[in-house]
Design a protein around this ligand. Sequence first.
Ligand SMILES: Cc1cc2nc3c(=O)[nH]c(=O)nc-3n(C[C@H](O)[C@H](O)[C@H](O)COP(=O)(O)OP(=O)(O)OC[C@H]3O[C@@H](n4cnc5c(N)ncnc54)[C@H](O)[C@@H]3O)c2cc1C
Length: 335
Amino acid sequence: MANLTRDFFIALSNNQFLNTNAKKWGFRLGADKFVAGTDIDSVVSVVKELNNKGISCTLDNLGEFVFEESEATQAKDDILEMIEKIHEENLDCHVSVKMTQLGLDIDQNFCISNMSEILSAAANYDIFVNIDMEKYEHYQKTLDVLAILRKDFSNVGTVMQSYLYRTMDDLEDLKDVRLRLVKGAYKESEEVAFQSKEDIDANFIKACETRLLGDTFTSIATHDHHIINRLKKFVKENNVPKDNFEFQMLYGFRVEMQHGLAEEGYNFCTYIPFGNDWFGYFMRRLAERPQNLQLVMKDTFYTEDNKLKKTPIVAGAAAIGLFALWRRNKKKNKD
Ligand SMILES: Cc1cc2nc3c(=O)[nH]c(=O)nc-3n(C[C@H](O)[C@H](O)[C@H](O)COP(=O)(O)OP(=O)(O)OC[C@H]3O[C@@H](n4cnc5c(N)ncnc54)[C@H](O)[C@@H]3O)c2cc1C
């Protein structure tokens, strides 16, 4: 059942119609638990509050399914505005971007030109820009873009996903590049990716330990306390300087743990997504953990004094309908 729920939410995250229309809905279905606001002004106070607690941030102006040049140009302009804001407000904050958002699916050179403008503006203010890693179909293209950008810019890095078989080889190639390590958020085939939690976790730990013994800065991005505790021990035993790495978690998740790690003296960074294009991001978070669904269901369906709200019943019925339709199609495709 857990796999079925995961597949369902991943399928929704990939649905272009729902993604496009969600932009018009504003925040619904409890998305504001995990998405900090709809524009840069609404997230500045969130960043400041975290900075005051000794936590740095990375801002992601959400955007997916970009197939028109005008949309990619708009995304670039929004990110440039965000960089100006980070500088003006003196925020302890870097930037996360997706290459598809800047036109990777349209034309590689166009994407590189957008990203060069961003990196150049960010470099003026000594701001780092991280390239999020997307589905495997974009993986090599993203690494190709990174390699070209690295010829002119040093303030750029990317993400490695431990579910991929090739991660350890790519880590070797990218040993001088600042990286974020994650387990991986998409559904990938067994031709390219480990499928079991044990294998993905083992590869994640191996990747983290390898990086921690190297010289280049690494962001360890996980909410998994078993792994975090194990790595804290590893760091102590191997005298890894605290300035060589940070822990990262997503906005809205395990907030007490985020604050606790910062209080213990670890570098900590919260990944803050914002913007109208929240649907795909939100669905991937629901896919990762059934408990996330319970959390938002409670807020969406019940008032503070535990009374059932009426309007979300329609949304609930629609969700059940979509699930039934998706299962029927899945079964049909199998037959
Ligand atoms: C900062 C950041 C950036 C990311 N960037 C990318 C990216 O660019 N590309 C990409 O593909 N993926 C990205 N991801 C997502 C990532 O790949 C995983 O899908 C996601 O983090 C879930 O894996 P996990 O390691 O956090 O924990 P899981 O493997 O989901 O959970 C492991 C265990 O941790 C505990 N746990 C986890 N979450 C919670 C919780 N909320 N409350 C209580 N216990 C919990 C539970 O015991 C659970 O069994 C990013 C994640 C983070 C944190």
